[in-house]
Design a protein around this ligand. Structure first.
Ligand code: C5P
Length: 225
């Protein structure tokens, strides 16, 4: 099976967690913080040619983390997630046609089976990229500025985008370059340049730890993986 590189952006401030320091360093499980948990889980999957973590230039916590020795730490994070990923990709100096998966540090519960399905899809060679996503279970409403429902939309047409998201390194660098302020994930940048992107079903347990309640839920999911 193809062995992509893995880039983990971890340069956010995580203000919605309201803990006064970046959420990736919050204590998580078994004496590991959130970032350590995510990195060790992914490292133990043995699916990747290399793993690198992007942290902010003035990060005061990463040197105290226990990460696998082979993991590179890149101190080149930017103001937006897209900028952090862009800077990280450039710092890696990979060949343009190599595959890279980008995965949020804040998603510790990602399933190995789902990542394998994603890599297998890239390996088929018929798409420009692939992302994990989960079906939407709630009924979806379009709501106007006054907080009133305008319309119910067909949820079958929607997916909730997760990570990892995988693309060729050079194509992703090019796509992100013009969208450093606007792209909230890699796929949105690649969509804008007409890429054909496969969506791979992934469990809802691959949540992004964003608010305090998410941490409780993610710890629960981790016990059952
Ligand atoms: O803020 P959000 O939860 O969307 O961030 C998703 C991931 O992107 C997190 O792992 C976060 O650390 C990272 N990020 C980053 N640089 C930023 C903002 C977010 O690496 N400027």
């Amino acid at each position: 099976m193809l062995k992509p590189h893995l880039l983990i952006p971890a340069a956010g401030v995580g203000s919605r967690m309201k803990i006064g320091y970046p959420k990736q360093y919050m204590p998580f499980v078994d004496d590991r913080n959130l970032l350590e948990t995510t990195v060790w889980r992914l490292s133990e999957m043995t699916l990747f040619a290399s793993i690198a973590v992007v942290v902010s230039t003035d990060d005061a916590y990463i040197d105290h983390c226990d990460l696998p020795q082979s993991v590179r730490v890149l101190r080149c994070g930017g103001k937006t997630r897209a900028q952090s990923v862009y800077n990280g990709l450039k710092a890696l100096e990979l060949k343009g046609d190599e595959w890279v998966l980008v995965h949020d540090a804040a998603r510790p519960c990602v399933s190995k089976q789902a990542i394998c399905r994603l890599i297998e899809r890239l390996d088929l060679g018929d798409v420009d990229g692939a992302i994990l996503a989960s079906p939407v279970v709630d009924t979806l409403k379009i709501v106007n500025e006054a907080g009133l429902i305008e319309q119910t939309v067909n949820r079958e047409l929607y997916r909730s985008a997760q990570t990892p998201q995988g693309f060729h390194v050079q194509a992703l660098i090019h796509a992100l370059a013009d969208r450093l302020q606007t792209a909230t994930d890699e796929a949105s940048a690649m969509e804008a340049v007409g890429a054909k992107i496969a969506v791979i079903d992934s469990p809802v347990s691959n949540i992004k730890v964003t608010h305090p309640d998410d941490a409780l839920l993610a710890k629960f999911f981790l016990q059952s993986i």
